[in-house]
Design a protein around this ligand. Structure first.
Ligand code: SAM
Length: 245
């Protein structure tokens, strides 16, 4: 998968060199290219923002540098290919595991990281005439810029790439999987720590009992912490919810 990220703070994307994402880059599974938006400015001050039409506080990112950046980056791909433009914004569609899975099936993602009050809307409107655009929110709060959101989306997406996880079994039974439940609580050695014991059933070696215990805990946790997920889950029925009662 190819990932391009455009930002006025390319240094913010340094974590893309670390951990599993860094390893995936080193192994060739990921081709990551970080670009400084100011490269596509032409004035002495490398200006990327201006005052908003209609008034109001803050500044808006100018369309010209973005237009040139997207033109040059998209032209650098194979003929007849275009990236999916991913624009982090608090007014975008919520990032979910489903959105991450959809993006992980794409060969090329191009992230446009906004700052200030955001990017002039015409950049996304024009890009839509040439490529698919996904405006994505990582949550109902406001960050200073799109860089951290681009890192979040990247991490959620690339861990779903075949060959990314050393042990792909780690991806099964996770929170927000097919059934839409949260994951059950997990434990490791020692069996007793600060007066707290690992639940007995986990030592039983009885796989069916362990699976039933884990499912009950997953349901219980989801009911307690995220009842909204139960409403969304297509695979849960009233019968299965009865398991937690
Ligand atoms: N004025 C914008 C609004 O109210 O929707 C917020 C702009 S925010 C200060 C600057 C940039 O941070 C946005 O353009 C976007 O790239 C990023 N950002 C902030 N919150 C975000 C979120 N929840 N999800 C994704 N990106 C976010």
């Amino acid at each position: 998968m190819r990932l391009d990220v455009v930002s006025i703070f390319p240094g913010y994307l340094a974590p893309l060199d670390l951990s599993l994402v860094g390893k995936a880059r080193a192994s060739g599974l990921l081709d990551v290219r970080v670009h400084d938006l100011r490269r596509w400015t032409h004035d002495r001050h490398h200006t990327v923002d201006d005052t908003p039409y209609g008034g109001g506080a803050g500044m808006v990112m100018k369309p010209e540098p973005w237009g040139e950046a997207l033109d040059e980056i998209t032209a650098s791909g194979e003929p007849d290919t275009a990236p999916v433009l991913v624009v982090p914004t608090p007014s975008g569609e919520p990032l979910t595991q489903r959105v991450a899975a959809e993006l992980s099936a794409e060969p090329w993602l191009l992230f446009a990281c906004g700052r200030y009050e955001g990017i002039d809307q015409r950049v996304m409107d024009h890009a839509r005439t040439r490529m698919r655009v996904r405006e994505v929110s990582i949550g109902d709060y406001v960050l200073n810029g799109g860089e951290v959101a681009a890192l979040v989306v990247t991490e959620a997406v690339v861990r779903l790439l075949p060959g990314f996880m050393g042990n792909p079994a780690s991806l099964t039974e996770e929170s927000h999987g097919d059934e839409g439940l949260l994951e059950y609580p997990v434990y490791t050695k020692p069996p007793s720590w600060r007066g707290l014991d690992v639940p007995e059933v986990l030592f039983s070696g009885n796989h069916a009992r362990i699976a039933a215990w884990r499912r009950a805990r997953a349901l219980e946790r989801t009911v307690e912490r995220r009842p909204d997920l139960l409403h969304r889950s297509r695979r849960l029925t009233l019968d299965t919810l009865g398991e937690v009662a």
